[in-house]
Design a protein around this ligand. Sequence first.
Ligand SMILES: NC(=O)C1=CN([C@@H]2O[C@H](COP(=O)(O)OP(=O)(O)OC[C@H]3O[C@@H](n4cnc5c(N)ncnc54)[C@H](O)[C@@H]3O)[C@@H](O)[C@H]2O)C=CC1
Ligand SMILES: CC(=O)C(=O)O
Ligand SMILES: [Mg+2]
Length: 370
Amino acid sequence: MKVGVPKEIKTHEYRVGLTPGAVREYVAAGHSVAVETNAGAGIGASDEEYRKAGATLLGSAREVFGSSEMIVKVKEPQPSEWTQLRENQILFTYLHLAPDPEQANGLLKSGCTAIAYETVTDANGGLPLLAPMSEVAGRLSIEAASAALKRYAGGRGLLVGGVPGVQPARIVVIGGGVVGTHAARMAVGLGAEVTMLDRSIARLRQLDELFDGRVRTRFSTIEAVEEEVFAADVVVGAVLIPGASAPRLVSRKMLSAMRKGAVIVDVAIDQGGCFETSRPTTHAEPTYEIDGVIHYCVANMPGAVPLTSSHALNNATLPFGLALANKGFAAVLENHHLRAGLNVYGGRLTYKAVAESLGLPYSPIVQAAA
Ligand SMILES: NC(=O)C1=CN([C@@H]2O[C@H](COP(=O)(O)OP(=O)(O)OC[C@H]3O[C@@H](n4cnc5c(N)ncnc54)[C@H](O)[C@@H]3O)[C@@H](O)[C@H]2O)C=CC1
Ligand SMILES: CC(=O)C(=O)O
Ligand SMILES: [Mg+2]
């Protein structure tokens, strides 16, 4: 198959869809890979390294889109990219369509076959192509909170771990999945007082064991969220209902009763965010303030550490990408984990929670492929 890798164009996005190492694997499997010049600059991978790995370098995204049967990216396509996608071309990338009707419309119009990393599943009930970036974003969330808590940044002026004799920051993590767990690991490591909330009692039991009593766990109800948020110095939003818009768990009214100078890091912003007052920000201007509370809502957090993130992402996407390159759309029909990633096919939405969030018709894949 002809595989194409354009350079990422989202603000301060430095990751790349295929590393030179991954290109080598595709080429070894008999595929041709076209890479846009400078696509790997953000991870220090030169055009020469891509050439050595067996790629053909092309001077523009237009040539890459125009000549490839499958496009492998990192972030959701931007408006100038939707218009370059065509019928039956496979797009393999993060999409986060639920809160993004414009992108959804662009992809539906293109007729492309779009497989979203974030809804591909594995045999353990996990999301294997979201997990590596959730690990990164979870860990980064505490770095972001720590920066925003500084007084000059508008925060309360708290050191996350405190010092002997002075209490540390109270960090509340809503959602105890991959992001939440990695946020908690960093927060515990820095010496914060950590509370995790989740809707799954089974998950709360696992977290209790994992952290050996070092974090408090709490079942997530409106009352619990309210009590915890009011007493928090930092709140990390880390909930997910796969494919769907994030549930709004912290209202504007709750926010207004929070401590002044407290920080919220809404990692779930790529699915629309779990605070009523969240709106997506970029690494260029990551924070804003409402009611004295600092909001950090960067939708592509792992883009800030592209070297770590591109390798972690490629490790996870490689087997799925190779299956797509080897078998084309048949791979989607054959493998139910890859099929769970199919969000758009032939101008129809094939992922139920996405269609419901957007208020658009849903077509089961069997019907869409008929
Ligand atoms: N902003 C960014 O750069 C990035 C954002 N993300 C996003 O972070 C979010 C979380 O991702 P993961 O941790 O991988 O998901 P996950 O599926 O591993 O964990 C989500 C957790 O939320 C819990 N949950 C659902 N509803 C809840 C509620 N009402 N109250 C409390 N907990 C609830 C679930 O039980 C689950 O344990 C997703 O929206 C993901 O797309 C992930 C990576 C990067
Ligand atoms: C998951 C996601 O949105 C990201 O890695 O940018
Ligand atoms: Mg988006």
